[in-house]
Design a protein around this ligand. Structure first.
Ligand code: KG4
Ligand code: ZN
Length: 338
């Protein structure tokens, strides 16, 4: 019976969760509204908000799990990648809490955790989990990668973005359209009412498994600028169609590369992870691909797509079983090591 407290503080969500072995007992997230007025995450404000949130969030997670803190076996925390000031809050808390409780700490890579979220068991415990090796498309605000996942600890990145991430592309185009941050969920919501074929944007021509989104972002910027010159209300009048068309091209780019990766590796177990995996259209496209190409697809529950601490706790559990503990000198990192 291994109880893990997971702590996530890499960006603008302060989150804590408790697992019992691979079963989730509680999952608490405090979002930071403070960034909305700035159109993006302000690192200094994020660290301060983490400081305010961390104790109540952890208290709530332990309470909801219906355990006492003395039952915890270890504390797992996000070491990186992320904002250093934000990560430091979670790491410092984990260190002092573990010292007080005389239990070990476990460092977790945020991207690895997004992927391992697929192994969380909750009330629907009969849900199948991916079989190794599987492919995972990890799409978040800062990363876009295709990884061959050979075991919980053996990851090989076979494709990545050479410029912007998919989530960044959603967020930046939303910003150009005057939509509030974070733009991804807003584009997703408007797109449901729009026609994905209303406007055409060309896809980048990048060989192999790498992605590029900066050309698309620039072409959307010029497209809107030209139309706004003729009609200042162009965006307002076409919001839903624009969102649907932009979303459709991003999803097409993602799916095409996953298809290439599946063909090249022969792997048919396909998972998605990260904030953009909450996207309705990406989820639908993947389910269609499952039928078209005879894949086994794994789509995380919405609450495990975007940043959460449940994924940190389950990764902590895997590492606990592997005797993989950190020492108290561990420091955060801003960029991923894989
Ligand atoms: O994984 P995540 O929560 O944080 C990072 O690790 O970056 O991902 C955040 C990203 C943001 O860019 C956000 O706009 C995007 O995920 N996102 C979405 C949706 N929900 C979140 N993008 C498209 N559609 C969504 N429904
Ligand atoms: Zn994330």
């Amino acid at each position: 019976m291994i109880y893990i407290l997971g702590i996530e503080s890499s960006c603008d969500d302060t989150a804590a969760a408790v697992t019992l072995d691979d079963r989730l007992l509680s999952n608490v997230t405090a979002n930071q509204e403070v960034h909305r007025n700035f159109g993006g995450v302000v690192p200094e404000l994020a660290s301060r908000a983490h400081l305010q949130n961390i104790i109540p969030v952890i208290q709530a997670a332990i309470q909801e799990a219906n355990i006492s803190k003395n039952q915890l076996s270890a504390v797992a925390f996000t070491r990186g990648p992320g904002l250093l000031g934000s990560l430091l809050v979670g790491i410092s808390f984990a260190k002092s809490f573990s010292l007080g409780l005389k239990i070990p700490i476990i460092e977790v890579d945020h991207l690895q955790a997004h992927i391992l979220a697929h192994f969380l068991r909750d009330d629907t415990s009969s849900k199948p989990v991916p079989v190794f090796p599987f492919l995972c498309l990890t799409v978040s605000g800062g990363h876009t990668q295709i990884t061959v996942v050979k075991s919980p600890f053996d990851f090989q990145v076979i494709g990545r973005t050479i410029d912007d991430a998919a989530g960044e592309t959603f967020d930046k185009t939303a910003k150009i359209m005057g939509l509030p941050y974070p733009g991804g969920p807003m584009i997703d919501a408007y797109a449901k009412e729009g026609n994905p074929d209303a406007f055409r944007f060309s896809k980048p021509n990048i060989p192999g498994l790498d992605f590029s989104f900066s050309g698309l972002k620039t072409s959307i910027l010029y497209f809107l600028r030209d139309h706004l010159k003729k009609d200042p209300d162009f965006i307002e009048k076409n919001k839903a169609d624009l969102c649907a068309s932009i979303q459709s091209v991003i999803v097409d780019i993602l799916l095409q590369k996953v298809k290439t990766a599946a063909d090249l590796t022969g792997i048919r177990e396909i998972a998605i992870a990260g904030g953009v995996s909450a996207n309705f259209s990406l989820r639908a496209a993947l389910l269609k691909a499952q039928d078209d190409f005879n894949w086994n697809v794994f789509i995380p529950r919405l609450e495990y797509s975007t940043d959460n601490a449940a994924m940190i706790a389950i990764t902590g559990y895997f590492k606990y079983c592997n005797n993989d503990f950190a020492n108290l000198s561990v420091a955060p990192y801003a960029r991923s090591s894989f």
